[in-house]
Design a protein. Structure first.
Length: 431
């Protein structure tokens, strides 16, 4: 495949991060090994990007950093006003994208972040083949879980559902869907919503990926020999993450010598700390606070399994990181975690109601505690699954296959169709 000129839009884009920031950085960085990549991103990302490129230059990777004038974005602080800022930013960069295209004649435009299907991407209006995604956010937590932590989380989930429903009737979102040559969904749930919006061709590929050096670092430790079994959870402590399910299950398992570490922070932390006291397990539960990503990498090999019972999540970088560190994962059979975890490398727990989920998570904890050989077998299979499916050089093959298909249209020949099938992509629909 010849080197293409590709314009990417990545509102979130930061080196050495997970989540959306990591997606926004890793996709263009890796694709620049094969193509000339221009990235429009937010001005706030410039310092970290310039430091990274000064230390590790990447030929073929070019950035255009832009934001609203300071006086026009004084209302945007942290999470406050984030969605409105993104919407206005997207509108404004359309002129920048049009100007760049006039000079550079892009072969493709690729929207990378937000990784959210319910927000439009205005660069779709340029007369260039448009790749949308990976995008997620179509996942919903079972309604029986909404009230497990009180009325406030239930109200949040209800408002989230309403916001998505309203967004799906937005003309710009539907235009983004109709104008996409292909939409990349992070989960099957999001794929259903993208098709309903009018996307002509939808494939499902997780946005989660690890670089080779990260994979090597996470696998550098040998088999853990500490006498106490140690479970771990990593992430923002929000209600939908399901850490209350994990605490109840850990208590129900009744493992007197086991430990449970929660790495991260968030508005749900105080409630979780109080819950651990009420359950009588506070002496075996450690709230470790926020850690830099590389410090988390050093913590994971010192644990035996990950608990990640999130109700709705489109990805879950921490799951791939734990699997790369040979940790079996216990998650709910929902969203992005259910895409990553298989029966060969962990436990996917059905999510009928919170009480059932607690019992089944506790049973999985007990099974891992009693069977050291099972832990090791699942852990090695987990690392192998990451090696085969979640390293960035593999995902580059997937994106290159998509680019080929998009540029070939529906008459690209059997060779391109076979390549897409090899990478588990659905061929484009018949004309």
């Amino acid at each position: 495949m010849s080197r293409l000129r590709v314009l990417m839009v990545a509102y979130f884009c930061l080196p050495d991060k997970g989540s959306e920031e990591g997606v926004g950085w890793s996709v263009p960085r890796e694709m620049a090994r094969h193509h000339e990549i221009w990235v429009i991103t937010c001005e706030d990302n410039r310092p970290a990007i310039e430091r990274e490129l000064a230390q590790r230059p990447q030929p073929g990777l070019h950035f255009v950093c832009w934001d609203l004038p300071r006086w026009a974005r004084s209302w945007h602080r942290g999470r406050r006003g984030g969605h409105l800022h993104y919407y206005i930013w997207q509108l404004c960069i359309l002129g920048i994208a049009r100007s760049l295209h006039a000079k550079l004649k892009f072969d493709l435009i690729h929207h990378v972040t937000f990784v959210r299907y319910s927000t439009p991407s205005f660069v779709c209006f340029l007369r260039v083949p448009f790749v949308w995604g990976p995008v997620g956010g179509g996942e919903s937590g079972p309604r029986s879980f909404w009230w497990s932590a009180g009325w406030r989380p239930a109200a949040f989930e209800g408002l989230r559902e309403l916001a998505r429903w309203l967004a799906e009737y937005g003309p710009f979102l539907r235009a983004t869907a109709r104008r996409s040559a292909i939409a990349i969904a992070t989960t099957p749930e999001t794929a259903v919503r993208l098709r309903a919006l009018g996307c002509k061709w939808v494939v499902t590929i997780s946005q989660v990926g690890l670089h080779d050096d990260e994979f090597a670092e996470l696998g550098s430790s040998g088999i853990r020999q500490n006498p106490h079994l140690r479970f771990v959870s990593v992430g923002n402590q929000l209600q939908f993450k399901g850490y209350d399910i994990a605490l109840h299950a850990f208590s129900l398992a009744g493992l007197a010598d086991a430990e449970y570490r929660l790495i991260g922070d968030g508005p749900d932390r105080r409630r979780l700390e109080e819950l651990s006291v009420r359950l009588g397990i506070a002496d075996r539960v450690q709230f470790c606070g926020v850690m830099p990503r590389r410090e988390v990498f050093s913590q994971l090999p010192d644990c035996d399994a990950m608990l990640h019972p999130s109700y709705h999540e489109s990805g879950g970088f921490v799951i791939a990181e734990a699997m790369a560190a040979r940790l079996p994962v216990i998650c709910l059979d929902l969203g992005g975690p259910a895409v990553q975890v298989t029966a060969e490398c962990g436990f996917k727990i059905a999510a009928s109601d919170p009480e059932q989920a607690i019992r089944d998570v506790a049973a999985a904890i007990i099974q891992l505690a009693r069977d050291e050989k099972l832990r090791h077998r699942l852990g090695h299979a987990a690392r192998e699954r990451v090696r085969q499916n979640y390293l960035w050089h593999f995902k580059v093959e997937q994106f290159n296959a998509i680019y080929r298909q998009v540029l070939a249209g529906n008459d690209g020949g059997r060779q391109r169709i076979e390549l897409a099938e090899k990478l588990a992509l659905a061929p484009p629909p018949a004309p």
